[in-house]
Structure formats: C-alpha cells, structure tokens
Design a protein around this ligand. Structure first.
Ligand code: GAL
Length: 390
C-alpha cells in the first residue's frame, strides 16, 4: 500500500502557483523571483523542476535533457537540468542539491536504479513527487510515476530485427517460408546490469530468438547466453568493443570463423561491436560481409551507419514523445493529480508497482530512415549524412 498522498496535499499550492506563474508569463503579475520553498509549498510563485539525467557522453540523453527542459519551460516551469557523467556520486549530489534548492518535483533518469535511496527518502520526507524517467528507480517507495517505452517490446523488436537481418523472419516477425536453416553463428550483448531496462530488453529479445536457437538454426558459438555474462556495465561502447574483440580471439579464430549476427541493445554498444568486427576483417559494410548488428536509440552516429549500410537496425525511441509524456505527468503532479497511467502491473520496483505510461517504439532500417526519421523531423538529411546532430 502506498502511504504517500503527495498529490492531494500539494494540489492547492501548485494550482495557485501555476496561476501566478501564468500571469507572470504574460507580464500581468508583479510576482518576483521565488526564493525556493524546499518542496513544502509556501506561496512561492515559481514551480521548480529538478531534472537529473545520467550522462552527456551518449547523444540520446542530451536529446532527452534538451527536450524535457524546453517542454517544461514552455509550460512555465523553472528547470534545473543536470547531467551526471555516468558517475553515481555526482548524480546523488546533484539530486541532493536540487532538493536543497527547493525543487517541487523531481524528474530522474537514474544511472544506477538502486543507488538513489537516500535521495528518494529525502524527497519523500519533503513531499516532493518523483517521476522516474525512462529507467525505473528501484527499492524505494517514493517513486510516484514512471514514463518510458515498453521495454519488453523494445527487446522483442531487437530480436525480430536480428532475425530479419538473418533472413529468418519478415519485418513483422513472421517466419519466412524458405528461410535459411543454419547453423548461423550469433553472439549476444546485454545492457547495464544496474539498469532495470536492460533485463526487459534481454528477456524480450531472447524470447524472440530462443526458438531459432532451440531448433539449431542459430548457435551462440561462445556459449555465453546468460544475462550476467553478456551484460555491459554502464552501456559502455569501449567495454563492448573489448568483449567483442575477446570473443573474436577466443571463439572465432581471430576473425576467420563465420559470424552472422550480433544482438546489441544500444547504439553505443553496437558501434563498439562494429569497430571490433571491422578491425578483425569481417568487412566494412553488410554488403561485404559485416555481421548483422542491431541497436537502440536512433543515435545520429548509428543512423548514419544504418544509412551507409554498416549497422543493420536500431530501435527508435522518439525522445520528443517521451519528453512530452514526462511533461504531462509533471503537469498532473503539479496540479495535485495522479498522472494518467496505461500500465499499472509491469513495473514492480521491489517495494511497489509503480504506475507507468509506456510508449511504443519503431524499428529503423536503411529503407525507412527517410520516412520515420527525416520526414518526422527527428534529424535532417544533412545530419543523417554527416552523422552529427545539430
Ligand atoms: C537505457 C535506455 C536505452 C538506452 C540505454 C543506454 O536505460 O532505455 O534507451 O539509452 O539506457 O543509455
């Protein structure tokens, strides 16, 4: 049972503050800068949202940070956006600071989903609602809402993309009639073991791939199939490259044994894997023998690789829609309401099931970059061609 009742308690404060904020925005109010209210609500005229993002080394999170900040500011909120360089102490310190500075609501994409307990205890004590952004924060009751994509479906999409690249299924996952019977060698990569999403991705992908392993079509030649063995701490591109190089040495005779595909759960990992494969002489592009490598996030560097026929696919998580959903949740919280959920069963954080809003994803291949990525305005054609955003 959830003992917290933030939403009702804070409703009047926030509604009043919002009204003043709106007036201030239209220039009709004399309301000056707020002094911060420690989250307790005391008539302060601004609503402060602390936004904690994991890292700027991945372009994906920069896009998330920008999108969330802009959308919240458009709604009249004051935003304190921080990136933590994938360093847990930096992130805990940033969140502590946000609370000290009077954040009214926290939006957090955790580096380590289990490392924020004292921050969440403090947020709970100050009645500050917490929105878990994309990654579920675990082991604490003071997580009020979760916005993300359907992470199991992301894994299914990754598994399907791999099978599709190997000619085993069509784009919808339906088995191709005269498909290859193998054996085709594949290797598996997982995400960061401290990220709740990584398990969902792997589970979804393996549920999809496993039948083809069971019937002998696919062979994980290294024998490394359990999540803990294939996981990649902090989603590190370098660690992934190193593991792929080690696999090539230990299992693929330095590059002379055939390798058909690699399951990768994130574009950074994909690029590390591709660098290792290219370095071992597996070809420079899919056309000249490079194994099928999947991905996730539609990072610009990987969209370019897909466009160039190097990386086979990625899963497009439109950060604009995630940011918009996060803002909807923040608005509901600020008005003292429960954000609208579309899943109230799946995301148990170890203490409670966190009500969630899950978005759908799309798989990107070379032939739908124009439609899904460029025509939708996510990246321009120039960005796709150069591999650099902005
Ligand atoms: C996950 C996220 C993925 C990817 C990965 C690496 O939590 O769901 O989309 O971004 O982190 O940053």
């Amino acid at each position: 049972m959830n003992m917290r009742h933030n939403f009702g308690r804070r409703a009047k404060t926030f509604a009043a503050a919002l009204a003043v904020g709106a007036l201030a925005l239209t220039g009709c109010s004399g309301g000056g800068a707020g002094s911060g209210d420690g989250g307790a609500g005391n008539g302060d005229d601004e609503i402060k949202i602390g936004v904690a993002m994991p890292t700027q080394t991945s372009e994906r999170w920069i896009a998330d940070g920008d999108a969330v900040k802009t959308a919240l500011e458009d709604e009249g909120y004051t935003v304190d956006l921080q990136f933590a360089n994938d360093d847990i102490p930096t992130q805990t310190q940033q969140i502590d600071q946000m609370i000290t500075n009077g954040a009214d609501i926290l939006v957090i994409a955790a580096i380590d989903g289990t490392a924020l307990s004292s921050q969440l205890d403090a947020a709970g004590a100050a009645n500050i609602p917490v929105l878990s952004y994309d990654r579920l924060i675990r082991d604490n009751e003071n997580v009020d809402f979760y916005v993300s994509f359907d992470n199991y479906k992301v894994g299914v999409a990754q598994g399907t993309a791999l099978l599709h690249g190997l000619g085993l299924v069509d784009e919808n996952g339906t088995e191709v009639a005269d498909r290859p019977t193998g054996p085709l060698n594949i290797e598996l990569f997982g995400g960061s073991p401290d990220d709740n999403n990584a398990g969902f991705f792997f589970e979804g992908a393996m549920d999809t791939i496993q039948p083809f392993i069971d019937d002998g079509t696919l062979v994980v030649q290294s024998g490394q199939t359990d999540f803990d063995t294939v996981a990649t701490l902090r989603w590190s591109q370098e660690a992934a490259q190193k593991r792929m190089e080690d696999l090539i040495t230990s299992t693929y005779a330095g590059g002379s044994t055939e390798l058909a595909g690699v399951l990768s759960p994130f574009d950074g990992i994909s690029r590390g894997v591709i660098t290792a494969l290219q370095g071992a002489g597996y070809g420079t592009s899919l056309e000249d023998g490079l194994p099928v490598v999947t991905g996730q996030d539609a990072e610009i560097a990987s969209v370019k690789l897909i466009n160039d026929g190097v990386q086979q696919s990625t899963i497009f998580k439109d950060t604009r829609t995630l940011a918009a959903q996060a803002v909807e949740a923040v608005k509901a919280m600020a008005e003292g309401n429960e954000p609208e959920a579309n899943d109230t069963e799946t995301y148990d954080n170890g203490v409670k099931v966190v009500p969630s809003y899950l978005l759908e994803v799309e798989t990107i291949y070379q032939d739908n970059i124009q439609e899904k990525i460029i025509d939708s305005g996510y990246y321009t054609e120039e960005e796709v061609n150069s591999g650099v955003a902005g």
